[in-house]
Design a binder for this molecule. Sequence first.
Ligand code: PDD
Length: 286
Amino acid sequence: MSRTVYVNGEYLPEEEAKVSIFDRGFLMSDAVYEVTSVLGGKLIDFAGHAARLARSLGELDMASPCSDEELLAIHRELVTRNGITDGMIYLQVTRGNPGDRDFAFPPASVKPTLVLFTQSKPGMADSPMAKVGMKVISIEDIRWGRRDIKTVQLLYPSMGKMMAKKAGADDAWLVEDGYVTEGTSNNAYIVKGNKVITRDLSDDILHGITRAAVLRFAREAQMEVEERAFTIDEAKAADEAFITSASTFVMPVVEMDGTAIGTGKPGPVAARLREIYLDEMRKAAI
Ligand code: PDD
């Protein structure tokens, strides 16, 4: 069945939704995005995603297409119209369609393009991967230097996923100057004893909305949290490893470049954080 999607003020069947070939999102990757998960028909951490969207837009001097209240209403309308129980809502804002190709930003009279669509994933929180864990490879991080802005420049992350696939793994962790930055589309963590270690926030990584919540829950559960860079060798020697993102929540990593991490099975810290995260976020969902 065809989805109902949202484009610039209109709810349309997906076949009828169109964006200009001159749109700067298409020509220049001049666009930012958010992915918000839906569990039980409700939005997980909408406020966090709306706040990061506002920050991404601000960093790029891009106009906001509408208020947070309007954005929330659009998210909810799409959930209802598409009967989404579990899944994701993808949102993209571009600098709009100036009617031609030009490197210079268009004048403020050019309105941003706003597109949203749903992805239904029934039983998303019960992913079998959470029971067996993921295999990860390490690759060089050659992305641009403002990874804190959630832009749609996703070619290298896509290539990284393909490199992982080719190597028989599920994802890649990106390494810069010898230290792990993050996964292709998630934040990366290792566990040593009672300590959860993840890279500190900077322009080098996306400031994950799931990361913020998981670190809060870890501290509340009396785990020690260390926000610092770590190496692939440290990851291989860790007791556990995991990733976080809006689409995977907390997902254990059990193998790095062919080496088993810890027991080679999902560990108790990742399992506990996944459980707490899902419980608490379901309670707070709107
Ligand atoms: N990706 N780091 C990168 C590079 C990401 O692309 C993402 C999210 C994250 C985790 O952020 P959050 O917890 O806010 O989802 C970290 C989304 C899910 C995606 O591109 O589909």
